[in-house]
Design a protein. Structure first.
Length: 628
């Protein structure tokens, strides 16, 4: 039996030759110094700073790949303006920030609120310290998909014109009425919007029991059915217990970043406690944060959140990217409680045992072994993190081996595994943007607005940096924060919407010349929650030979899960998309529902959306006429 990290730590605990866990962590954690004296995580030795070139960047040497060096044949183009996404997201000062509150930005959602299978777009909005004249307050925005590549702003009509320091959003049908609802986190009071099924929403925060008795800086959120009772519960991360009346100012606390005066924190400030709400089944929730064990986790300063069945137990776990401290991995104990196993699982720290400034997080099976892996973005001067799932609750940091360690200059926020070229292998897209607007006009770091990273999966455990040949939507600089992934134009490839700071959003349309097959699946629960969140989908298909001169991947087996949130503060399309290479038929679709029901469907057509109800009934099999 292989010796996993968890077994190794357990074996040490049975001997007298091991330090208490607290002492081990103290020795491996770098000192942060006095309040506000924040410095970026140090660049690992031997890793060169990023240099720009007009060519793709190779992965480290390893097993040969039939993909490396081949034309990408995929371009991302920003079409937000022509699509009608003209609302500016306001968040903090444009050139200087007094408080850390002004830096985090907002999330986004591909959110099919009217259930027509053309995903709409929701953009969280923010605030400024000096406020706004009455009638000119920035509000969140809902854009309805017109099915022709354009969107119409229906915010006021839908009843979603709420203002405040907006943060994250997550999507799910919490009352099982067949319409997906929307939850938005705030610095202050969160908001639950119940979908009325007629194009409008009603704020149900108070009646749902979600009013908070004190000020919280709520951050990432996700719906999940943690106890598998068929009702969606709600996890809400918390960043810092911040009171602007007493928070330190940069000039008073000497808060600097590389000699530049910047907002103080998070080191030195009190971290917030994460929250878990249990769905009572009558439209209300009960706070079970303490009872469930959320308050005993190692990390704090929560930002991005993802819930998924990482250990293939049938029960969802929760991974939280924490800023400037250890990440948190809440392992579901299957009795209504969670236990933080981040250290034992190998997903708490960097490869050299240091805490990182985590931002966004995404889950996906990038090496197609049937286990969900993790990618996490981190602060500038550090690499992003890629954790390979080894099974049995253990992960291995493969950041450098996989090729993600070559980039350290830019600061990552939104991130997602996504199959950009429909070859059946998950690629990675990262939205970057500096945290401090004060860096503009200096020589100490990258600019405030930054380009994105795009990594192509080489099918051998490694990725190729194709950022500079991925299209103008990738190379253009943006003050990006959250982004969502989905096929908004239903043409069979995955697009992205990016929410930017003090700017209009980006809509990155994927234009592919590859003409590869795909399938989409939307789940409808009956015993399970209506959205099917937590449903594990496996597909098997004979892919043909998608790359000239390469051996056919035959058969191709993929898995994914329906998730309420993804990346940084955002919610991606609930329809699960699988690229199929050259496949002409899907041999098998297997859905393992949270209830334990397993449905099997055979011989499905490619290039279709299938809406599948728990029990195996196909409610819809649709193709789309999307020729441009």
């Amino acid at each position: 039996m292989p010796l996993t990290r968890r077994r190794f730590l357990e074996s040490l605990s049975r001997t007298a030759l091991v330090l208490p866990l607290e002492e081990v962590l103290t020795l491996s954690r770098p000192a942060f110094g006095l309040l506000g004296q924040q410095t970026a995580p140090q660049k690992p030795s031997g890793v060169a700073r990023e240099t720009y070139s007009a060519q793709s960047r190779p992965a480290p040497k390893g097993a040969p790949s039939p993909v490396a060096g081949t034309p990408l044949s995929v371009q991302f183009v920003d079409v937000a303006k022509e699509a009608g996404l003209n609302a500016e997201t306001i968040f903090g000062g444009e050139h200087r920030n007094k408080y850390l509150l002004e830096t985090t930005g907002c999330g986004a959602a591909f959110f099919d609120y009217d259930q027509d299978d053309w995903v709409d777009i929701f953009l969280v909005n923010g605030w400024r310290l000096d406020g706004f004249p009455k009638g000119h307050e920035p509000v969140c925005h809902l854009f309805k998909n017109n099915r022709d590549g354009t969107f119409t702003d229906v915010t006021s009509k839908a009843g979603l014109a709420r203002s405040g320091w907006g943060q994250a959003c997550c999507v799910g049908d919490y009352n099982n009425d067949g319409w997906n609802d929307l939850f938005v986190t705030y610095y202050g009071q969160n908001a639950l919007f119940r979908n009325n099924g007629n194009g409008t929403f009603t704020e149900a925060t108070k009646e749902a029991g979600l009013l908070q008795d004190r000020l919280h800086w709520n951050s990432g959120c996700t719906f999940l059915d943690y106890d598998r009772d068929g009702r969606l519960d709600l996890f809400v991360g918390n960043y810092i217990d911040l009171d602007l009346k007493t928070a330190p100012l940069p000039e008073d606390a000497n808060c600097t970043y590389k000699g530049i005066q910047v907002a103080c924190g998070p080191p030195g400030l009190k971290g917030g406690s994460n929250l878990l709400y249990h769905n009572n089944g009558d439209g209300t929730f009960t706070d079970v944060s303490e009872k469930s064990g959320m308050g005993t986790a190692l990390g704090t300063y929560a930002l991005g959140v993802v819930a998924a069945d990482f250990d293939n137990s049938g029960w969802p776990n929760i991974y939280v990217a924490n800023d400037s401290t250890a990440a948190t991995y809440y392992e579901n104990q299957k009795d209504g409680t969670f236990k933080d196993q981040a250290v034992e699982a190998g997903v708490a720290y960097s490869p050299d045992g240091k805490p990182q400034a985590g931002m966004g997080v995404s889950a996906g099976d990038y090496n197609r072994d049937g286990l969900l892996d993790i990618v996490k973005t981190n602060f500038a001067g550090d690499t992003d993190s890629l954790y390979l799932n080894l099974g049995e609750g253990s992960f291995d940091d493969r950041t450098y081996q996989a090729g993600l360690g070559i980039n350290t200059r830019l600061l990552g926020w939104g991130v997602s595994f996504m199959d950009i070229d429909n070859d059946g292998w998950l690629d990675i897209l990262v939205a970057n943007g500096h945290v401090y607007p004060e860096v503009d006009g200096t020589e100490v770091d990258a600019p405030y607005a930054e380009r994105k990273y795009l990594y192509r999966n080489l099918r051998n455990g490694q990725f190729e940096d194709v950022s500079l040949i991925g299209g103008s939507g990738i190379t253009a600089s943006a003050k990006a924060r959250g982004f969502a992934v989905g096929d908004y134009d239903n043409d069979g490839d995955l697009d992205a919407v990016v929410n930017c700071v003090n700017a209009t959003p980006q809509l990155l349309r994927c234009d592919s010349a590859l003409n590869r097959s795909w399938i989409k699946i939307r789940t409808v629960g009956t015993k399970s929650n209506r959205s099917g969140i937590g449903a594990r989908i496996k597909i098997v298909a004979q892919t043909g030979t998608p790359v000239p001169g390469a051996k056919a991947d035959s058969p191709l087996t993929q898995i994914d899960e329906v998730r309420s949130s993804n990346g940084y503060f955002s919610a991606s399309d609930l329809r699960i998309h699988f690229g199929l290479g050259g496949a002409r038929k899907v041999d098998l679709v297997e859905i393992r529902w949270p209830s334990g029901t397993v449905d099997t469907l055979m011989n499905l057509d490619v290039n279709h959306l299938y809406v599948i109800e728990e029990g195996g009934k196909i409610l819809k099999a649709e193709t789309f006429n999307t020729a441009r």
